[in-house]
Design a protein around this ligand. Sequence first.
Ligand code: GUN
Ligand code: FE
Length: 435
Amino acid sequence: PAWRAVRGRVLTFLAPPLGAGDGASYRYLADGLVLARDGRIAAVGEASPLLATLPADTPVDHYPDGLVLPGFIDPHIHFPQTQVIASYGAQLLEWLERYTFVEEQRFADAAHAAEQAVFFFDELARNGTTTALAFCSVHPVSADAFFTEAERRGMGMLGGKVMMDRNAPPALTDTAQSGYDETKALIERWHGRGRQRVAITPRFAVTSTPEQLAAAGALKREHPDLLVQTHLSENHAEIETVRRLFPEATGYLDVYDRFGLTGERSLFGHCIHLTEAERRRMAETGSVAVFCPTSNLFIGSGLFEMGQAREAPAMRVAVATDVGGGTSFSMLRTLAEGYKVQQLLGRNWSALEAFHLATAGNAAALGLAGEIGTLEPGAFADLVVLDARATPVMANRMARIDGDLEEELFVLMTLGDDRAVRATYAAGRLIHAAS
Ligand code: GUN
Ligand code: FE
């Protein structure tokens, strides 16, 4: 068997999700060791006793001040949008039309998709993200490029080609039938191949006909273990458009609900402007609302109320970058903006909760609790090693912090970015190391 050990200050969160101020459900080892065997975690514990049990030639990567955590999970990101990050001056519908729908057309070209996939996964690894749930373009070749590159690196990824059969340029539309057929073929090619998973991906209600949403619902019935990912209630003009396109529905969420697209395996990006009834229905169906703070601020969409989401009946929530509406691949930057959004709403968001959500919480949202987002034995050895003194400002601030873990995490999420990522491991393999 292939053994690998990572030694450092080990931190992992335990399910169930942390309640506010609940410091009990994490485990911290000041000198800990994560032992991987054939890509999965075999043991976690105090370094000295564990080291004594290892085969003599086991490689041990030692990060004395490094904080070893489960790799970050990004449950909402757009693979073909890396080159639209920082596109100026538009809110959602205009941003899609003016920038995104132009850019995504380039992913019909397999060579372009393959080249961008290299960049995309380099960027995830540099930022300590080991699993993502991604929207690819409408073209199946974009999904093939995405999964091919993920597999090459041993990273466990989830994604799907977007289904969109109206209100987009002809070069970017499929049909209800071809979207169904192409997704079906992707499932056959990629779903369950190693760590890869296909997700049913109707882009959003604006760009799908009722026939296409019905086809997505059929895919979900035929493959109940697949995730569904889409967008919901991000922007007022979008919500108005959905009302106009689906006058028979009681609201935006109801459009998805009618076609069987809600449920415990459904992730809805944004969910900023839900009505009280919609929030209740999200909770009732176990659907996940994905908070995308850098995107919501950059596109000017609005403020997601984490506190309200958690009030009974509580919605399941996740947190994600939404690149390229989002402005950073870094989950640290994402948590920082998430914190600021909650501040604008007069609420707090503790660093423990934020880090829990970016790891174990997002894993649960993907239905992968115990597989990823944790350092419990049996999980994949997907790790990130963070350095809270990575920049002069961070080091200067840390000099005033006397070993308090929660304060250190808050420094990391408020001031950290890719520079704070010392190393990233996927299934026990080093996939990024800071120079
Ligand atoms: N709604 C539909 N498509 C998109 C997209 O690509 N990005 C964002 N932020 N919202 C969307
Ligand atoms: Fe999105």
